[in-house]
Design a protein around this ligand. Sequence first.
Ligand SMILES: [Fe+2]
Ligand SMILES: [Fe+2]
Length: 164
Amino acid sequence: MLKQFEGARSGSKRALAERICTALTVHAQIEEEIFYPAAREVLRSSDEDLIEEATVEHATLKNLIGQIQGAGGDGSDDRYTAKVTVLGEYTKHHVKEEETELFPKLRKARLDANEVGERLARRKSELMAQSGQEESPGARSGRARAANGMTERVAARLGASISK
Ligand SMILES: [Fe+2]
Ligand SMILES: [Fe+2]
């Protein structure tokens, strides 16, 4: 969706940005409710700083999301575009750290990816239904191919499709 935004015509920018914001809000909420507590249980305390950093990054993402959702206009002005661009850059950084630093630690710590993945999927569906927004086809196909590996199983639920 973030890549789509870059190429979108101004008329569809606002709607696309709204979808990005919803997807990221759901990402942050299911991680904070389910994923991070489960991760803390299995991680060594010395690795919990990764969860702290990710939580701070979520707070910053939520702040930017608030600014984007609260902005007036149709989404075509430069400041609005800049906010969505920064949101995208920040999301890439955040997702990359989760995938390259946190996930390997959790794989070693033997997080029960099936159990956590199922809970994430259920909560995500609930929240997406509440938001009135459909899950993206990318997220659904991500689930379909989420057969092997913790990274795939969990990442598919966390919204890997946001940055595509
Ligand atoms: Fe996150
Ligand atoms: Fe970071």
